[in-house]
Design a binder for this molecule. Structure first.
Ligand SMILES: [Zn+2]
Length: 155
């Protein structure tokens, strides 16, 4: 039997993951949030770009290296402009590079707030396919997600 009814869910991230690392000021491991700002440095023809994170307790800064001493001729000018302008889409792209971030920090807290957008469904069919789309990969737990949208327990 085929199931024609498709329900689309879009998972919309409302924040970027926080990272966990040692803070020199707090003298312990703390969470850092993404400041939504790049730091761009040009030394002669060499470009450095970082994404800035701040400790949630004391605002101490950690710079996430995006480009390190790359010759300016090798940086795509459009992308370079996006770094200069703190383009939000570019910031979020880097802030969701969880595997890269994990290597530079103690851990990445992927438990972020998200919203759900659901298609309108007007049918009395008792069966449906569920299609889930998500722009950013933050390791959404499918069992947890299904329990939430179906309003049932995980077991
Ligand atoms: Zn701190």
């Amino acid at each position: 039997m085929s199931v024609n009814q498709v329900v689309n869910y879009e998972v919309i991230a409302l924040e970027t993951p926080k990272i966990i690392r040692n803070c020199r000021n707090c003298k312990r491991s703390t969470e850092y949030y993404c400041s939504d700002k790049f730091r761009v440095n040009a030394n002669q023809k060499l470009v450095d770009i970082w994404l800035i994170y701040n400790c949630v307790h004391c605002e101490n800064t950690w710079n996430y290296p995006i480009l390190s001493r790359v010759h300016v001729s090798r940086v795509d000018p459009i992308l370079h402009q996006k770094y200069m302008n703190n383009d939000q889409e570019t910031i979020w792209y880097h802030a969701f590079e969880i595997n890269k971030l994990r290597k530079l920090c103690d851990a990445v807290n992927k438990d972020i707030d998200y919203a759900l957008k659901k298609d309108k469904v007007d049918s009395n069919s008792s069966e449906a396919k569920i299609r889930i789309s998500c722009k950013y990969d933050f390791g959404l737990r499918i069992d947890k997600f299904l329990a939430q949208i179906l309003d049932t327990s995980r077991s």
